[in-house]
Design a protein around this ligand. Sequence first.
Ligand code: SF4
Length: 84
Amino acid sequence: MSPKIANLKEKVPQNVVGRYYVDFSCIYCDLCVEIAPDIFKEYNREGWAYVFHQPATPEEESRTLGALEACPTGSIGKDGDKAV
Ligand code: SF4
């Protein structure tokens, strides 16, 4: 079975505009926030995480990719700058 890939059409509305986003399949495990607290935040009201800051430095990019790879549900995408 191939791993799930985040779906740009399903991204949560709190994401800031840009390449990275979280989609509705997020199970709110908090791992991405632990790995990259400067990029991801919890949205407690709905129970999902979202991208509040797009990575702007190589270090931020590296942490963001680390979170993408660690996400247990494949809910983080990096094609957010493509047209839906
Ligand atoms: S690591 Fe994935 S499932 Fe966990 S909070 Fe972040 S986006 Fe959601």
